[in-house]
Unconditional design. Sequence first.
Length: 273
Amino acid sequence: MRIELALKLRGPDAGMDAQDSLRTMQTMLSLLRELEVTETARPSGEGTRWTFNELRLGSVACVLEPLRIAEHSTYDVVERVVRTAVGGLDEAEASARIPTGWTFRAAHLGRRVARSLGASPDVGMSVEVRGDGVVLRSAEVTQRAALHLDSATKTRFRTFGSRRGRLSGLEEGKQQHPRALLRAEVGGEIIPVHFADDLDPALRRAWRRDRVEVTGEITENAQGQSVQMRATEIELLPTEPQLSDDELRAGFWPDMTGGQDAVDYVEALRGEN
């Protein structure tokens, strides 16, 4: 399938700022790279390169397609990345939360993409994912997305707790502590986790495990989303989730109701009477 990403920055030609327009497109490419790093669980390296197969005024419109797929990536990954990018911008337009599949850094980049846009669609931006010329996903983005992402990336609370999931994207450097991404198994969050040097042996054992539990200081935004963690402990967990009675009573398991909301689930238990 031929994957394309179409962007159109709307507004009167005479009122379009060239530097802002170029900066918006450049930041969009940075957002795609960040999402590709997250998707491939690779901390660094050259990402997929993109090229223009269409570029025009009216106001400013372009169509991007992959020029060279990164060695650690695939065409399927690139398709998921552009879908996640457009879907995330659509979510950001609707609510002040970090979008599904986005990291904290991706949310910052998304805010930068939208901050030069106007307050209404006629001075906003439209984005589309196209597969073989057919629109697969689209979004209309305005300044509202930037305001929502600004709110979502402001940290408000610090708590001490734990999250369960899978570690990926390990980064190590001589001048900084190890850092990885925790893909939480509840809530779908992707949380940057910083590890102290004394956790290095435990981190090595936990790396590439299907399930771990990370305990430490959690930084949250106003919506209760985990923005980052500073780990103090890593516990290896069984491959398959094994829930205690206490966890079940607390409603921990997301599939407990078979996808029904609480009211429908209780009514189904009670029966017609």
